[in-house]
Ligand binder design. Structure first.
Ligand code: NAP
Length: 242
């Protein structure tokens, strides 16, 4: 049985950096994203340069049925997913009263229901193997909330509670569950900011700059390599911002 790492949202940004980090340490990967098929293929090509196996699927993590079909394909190939990294996410900026019901449901489904979907699909195999790891990519807004990002904050706050609760459920089975609450990371998620807004943001951060995807990837890999006794934690990485 080949061991794999599952990473959602690996076509760009933080997810792509995490994928390349794990590949550089010799891990086989299953990567997914929903729209940018070309970017996902590019990531897969980069991953394969490390002489590891990689499977790429274009699907939405909000859609349980698509994930289940993916899992069935993998099951036929005798693959064990030893670590699930729930990184796919979207943001929404605006006042809550102006937000449509569709936009609310969309962000909750992609950022929060998705982690139920992937956990439900993969934890039974982990329980059978008595090992495994789940790492959720969260946000400081899930810890403290942000004005004009109520839905996003709620989705990441839900992710944080999900992480703590599932960690308690799975610790007896040798599976650890943690989240990394990122501050401002320089990716396309922040592309709505112009240069002045970015500078104002950096002025608020004690480290004086935004974080990089590579720095998040480094921390994710450290959490993956840590002892299983590290579980149920929301690890904040924000340059001292919050
Ligand atoms: P990004 O550059 O926008 O990348 C998001 C990734 O998620 C893309 O690969 C995207 O691909 C994928 N994705 C979006 N919706 C999806 C869906 N329904 N199903 C599958 N994949 C989906 O954003 P990022 O900054 O790297 O963010 C990664 C994670 O870090 C997110 O969970 C985000 O909330 C979190 N985070 C980011 C920051 C930050 O400042 N950047 C701060 C805190 C937390 P497609 O568009 O092709 O689907």
């Amino acid at each position: 049985m080949d061991k794999y790492i599952f990473i959602s949202g690996a076509s760009r940004g933080i997810g792509r950096a995490i994928a390349l980090k794990f590949a550089s340490f010799g891990h086989n990967l299953i990567i997914v994203s929903s729209n940018s098929e070309k970017d996902l293929t590019d990531t897969m090509e980069e991953i394969k340069k490390f002489n590891v196996k990689c499977r790429a699927f274009t699907l939405s993590v909000a859609d349980f049925n698509s994930l289940e079909s993916m899992k069935e394909t993998l099951h036929n190939e005798d693959i064990f997913v030893e670590c699930v990294i729930n990184n796919a996410g979207i943001s929404y900026f605006g006042l809550l009263q102006d937000m449509s019901v569709e936009d609310w449901n969309n962000i909750i489904n992609i950022n929060l229901s998705s982690i139920f979907n992937t956990s439900k699909l993969f934890i039974n195999d982990m329980i059978k193997q008595k090992c495994g790891s789940i790492i959720n990519i969260s946000s400081v807004w899930g810890n403290i909330g942000a004005s004009c990002e109520v839905a996003y904050s709620a989705s990441k706050g839900g992710m944080n509670s999900f992480t703590k609760a599932l960690a308690k459920e799975l610790a007896p089975c040798g599976i650890n569950v943690n989240a990394i609450a990122c501050g401002a990371i320089d990716t396309s998620m922040n592309s709505r900011l112009d240069e002045d807004e970015k500078q104002a943001l950096c002025d608020e951060i004690p480290a004086g700059r935004m974080g990089t995807s590579a720095e998040v990837a480094e921390l994710v890999y450290s959490v993956f390599k840590s002892d299983k006794y590290l579980t149920g934690q929301i690890i904040t990485m924000d340059g001292g911002w919050t």
